[in-house]
Design a protein around this ligand. Structure first.
Ligand SMILES: [Zn+2]
Length: 342
């Protein structure tokens, strides 16, 4: 499907996206999610058996495939597509990448693997969460044959050849099917959404705490595990490397604790006002409170120059969805129905 955007067109492959080369054979391919730049990156790791980390949603996948072709990748060249988790802004185009690169193995946490083979439930719940954005920005994930999927667990290794390995770390919290990827050659971690998001123009990292299974303790533990690895760099899916990594990871920990404590205070305040009976107004109050407290995360100066900056952030990581994930977490915790993960 050809997605309309302003970068010019080629009816068969779609326009190639912006591509940025970093050290150690790491190449960011802008997925042009929603036709906007700097929202979601895929990372190609050059090696005898190359790997693409994240591919973005189905509706803009033609750009990613065009980008891979422009980088000289023939259909038989891609060895792995590694998904940090199965949310559609990361994994929605996986079926299309698998079709375009028939030798590629799709690597995903064992917790989410079955939903890529049979994505009906994944698509249905995404349609609920995203509403009209599902059809206009994300699109449905197409099924991937079971023998093309490698379901992985903590500590599993992908051999890219010539001594380069990717270690897969089970890092739940943002979602229970989240993995981080540690690259032996560069010492970099690809953190998906587990560290948060920081788009160009944002003044700080913003936690990503969406429904349906955000888990605060697990998320903090995952960030702690990244810190123990002392990575040389951290690459966010949204968007790009954050430097220096130890500062970024400390900030991720601190911001997540702060967001959660602000949200919890607002949640308790709302419950108190209604005599401890959840009425559904908690979510509104938490969302408003988070919005008021953290709206300065996008630099005002940048907004004046680039009105798209707020649109990008709201599209990707709006305070209401963060509030919904946190409220659901508090409710499950208080009801004793939280399952510990990780
Ligand atoms: Zn994401």
């Amino acid at each position: 499907m050809i997605h309309d955007d302003a970068t010019g067109d080629d009816a068969t492959d779609g326009p190639a996206p912006p591509i940025e080369r970093y050290d150690d054979g790491i190449i960011a391919i802008d997925t042009l999610t929603a036709g906007m730049t700097d929202v979601t990156a895929g990372y190609l790791i050059e090696a005898p058996r190359p790997a693409l980390i994240e591919c973005g949603p189905a509706l803009s996948i033609e750009h990613v495939i065009a980008g891979l072709r422009e980088l000289g990748m023939d259909p038989s060249d891609l060895a792995y597509l590694v998904l940090t988790h199965i949310h559609l802004d990361h994994a929605g185009g996986a079926g299309d990448v698998a079709a375009a690169f028939p030798d590629a193995t799709v690597v995903v946490s064992e917790v989410g693997a079955r939903h890529l083979h049979d994505p009906e439930r994944l698509n249905r719940s995404a349609a609920q969460v995203y509403g009209t954005l599902f059809d206009s920005i994300y699109g449905a994930c197409t099924p991937i044959e079971a023998d093309r999927i490698e379901a992985v667990a903590d500590g599993d290794i992908l051999d890219l050849g010539a001594g380069r390995e990717l270690e897969l770390m089970y890092t739940p919290g943002h979602a229970k099917h989240h993995i981080g990827i540690f690259d032996s050659d560069s010492g970099a971690i690809f953190s998906g959404d587990s560290v948060g998001v920081k788009l160009p123009g944002m003044t700080s990292l913003r936690p990503a705490t969406p429904p349906a299974d955000f888990h605060l303790e697990a998320a903090l533990r995952s960030i702690g595990r990244y810190r123990e690895r002392r990575p040389e760099r951290v690459y966010l899916a949204h968007y790009g490397p954050v430097d220096p990594p130890e500062v970024a990871l400390a900030e991720a920990d601190e911001r997540l604790r702060l967001w959660a404590s602000v949200a919890e205070a607002a949640y308790l305040e709302a419950l108190e006002a209604t005599g401890s009976q959840p009425t559904g107004t908690e979510l509104d109050h938490v969302a408003e409170t988070l919005h008021r407290r953290f709206r300065d995360e996008v630099a005002e100066a940048l907004l004046a120059e680039d009105p798209d900056a707020r649109r990008r952030l709201e599209l990707l990581n709006d305070t209401r969805s963060n509030a919904a994930g946190l409220v659901r977490y508090f409710q499950r915790r208080d009801a004793g129905t939280l399952t510990d993960v990780g």
